[in-house]
Design a protein around this ligand. Structure first.
Ligand code: NAP
Length: 247
């Protein structure tokens, strides 16, 4: 089969690697082009938007895609909604891979909010938050001149992007919570602000907050578009195998 994986996540990389090992299907990974130097996928990779639902329908037809796996980030809901609409129109099978949310554990102090606007409002005057929310939406914190923010993102923000006061650190999240603990101590971090992405990638900051007793302002996931959904790559492989039997 010819498979399209909508990527931009560790799950998509893991799935592409597993399918590459099997060598049974032709796999294309699609990335938005959100980061300048994306991590390497073990599959043919195309980069850039499709041009909305219409563009994706045309792409699915032109490339003869048999099935789509939406393995985009849990907060990339526009792409997920477009995938539902386009696959429906093009008559292509679609599966959503949505990794489980993080859940608070003993020792965690979470304040759950529905969006980043609420996250901004949840921070007390003079807080020193660590912001792990990417570069596109960082501007919502800019009006809070009373904060001192430690901001980490992979690529620098656009030159005209307003930023809150603080320090910018470029890079991917570390896997080791000790590294996060040291960074939070060095910068006098008082709060951690994050989206509930789930998965192992980026969990070190949650562990670090627990160890330091820091409150976490956790943005809940937005509602998901109505696709058949599974929680791990193993379930995706099973779905693909069943589809392949029917083809
Ligand atoms: P989004 O708001 O859902 O999508 C915006 C537009 O970007 C889409 O309409 C589509 O453009 C294009 N796009 C998104 N994902 C794409 C993909 N895999 N392949 C081709 N085009 C894609 O997405 P976003 O929140 O900006 O996220 C962009 C990418 O970064 C996604 O791949 C996502 O997995 C990854 N990511 C997002 C977050 C986050 O917090 N949102 C965090 C980590 C990684 P067209 O309409 O032109 O097709």
């Amino acid at each position: 089969m010819r498979l399209l994986i909508l990527g931009g996540t560790g799950d998509a990389r893991a799935l592409a690697a597993r399918l590459g090992e099997e060598e049974r299907h032709s796999v294309i990974v699609s990335l938005a082009g959100a980061v300048a130097r994306p991590e390497v996928y073990g599959a043919h990779t195309r980069i850039g938007g499709f041009g909305g639902v219409e563009g994706l329908v045309a792409y699915l037809r032109e490339t003869g895609i048999d099935a789509v796996v939406d393995a985009t980030h849990p907060f990339a809901r526009t792409m997920s909604a477009n995938a539902v609409a386009a696959c429906d129109r093009a008559g292509v099978a679609l599966l959503r891979l949505d990794r489980p949310e993080w859940r608070p554990e003993a020792g965690d102090d979470w304040r759950e909010v529905t969006d980043l606007g609420e996250a901004v409002a949840a921070l007390p005057h003079g807080a020193r938050p660590f912001l792990a929310i990417g570069r596109k939406e960082i501007g919502v914190f800019a009006p809070r001149g009373d904060l001192f923010c430690l901001m980490r993102m992979i690529d620098p923000p656009a030159p005209d992007q307003p930023l809150p006061p603080g320090r910018l650190v470029l890079g991917r999240p570390p896997e080791d919570p000790h590294v996060e603990v040291a960074a939070f101590r060095d910068h006098g971090v008082t709060h951690v602000v994050t989206k509930n992405s789930g998965g192992p990638w980026g969990y070190a900051k949650i562990e670090a907050a627990r160890r330091l007793g820091l409150p976490v302002v956790m943005v809940r996931r937005p509602p998901c578009a109505g696709a058949q959904t599974v929680a791990d790559t193993q379930a995706v492989l099973g779905w693909i195998a069943r589809l392949a039997e029917r083809c």
